[in-house]
Design a protein around this ligand. Sequence first.
Ligand code: DAT
Ligand code: MG
Length: 154
Amino acid sequence: MTETERTFVMVKPDGVQRGLISDILDRFEGRGLKVVGAKLMQMDRELAEQHYGEHEDKPFFEGLVDFITSGPVFAMVLEGQDATRQVRRMMGATDPKEAEPGTIRGDYGMDLGRNVIHGSDHEDEGANEREIDLFFDEDELVEWDKIDGSWLYE
Ligand code: DAT
Ligand code: MG
């Protein structure tokens, strides 16, 4: 059976500034993902450098940290079967120019450095738990039963 899991997702400053929070959340809710945490927040450089630590040696690292701290982000924890991989599929390829139409980046992005959304990488073992811990305190996450469970999953 496919495991129910939690994944970390974040509308980046470009998506927040462009008024895309509600559309993005609508896509995830409509798909059947359960929101177990959500908040608007301003990331500081320390959090940004930790979050993007895997890229610290890359030439784009400073620009990435500048961008992600340039305005508020909308952070979410979503729960569902195979949630991490399904969210990544809905986000589309990292570069919006390569992302398929119908995906979030393919519908709303034009440029690699302004790709609207972050989601934990399902190919990076434990990334979802690590990122949830980094952004959310335990008491900010709500465990709840959603009434559509048996209408979504067999
Ligand atoms: P993803 O966000 O799809 O997990 P990633 O982890 O490889 O992609 O990179 C993190 C972010 O860094 C990505 O969303 C956009 C930016 N980025 C990645 N590669 C880049 C590059 N070559 N030049 C500029 N920005 C880049
Ligand atoms: Mg990544």
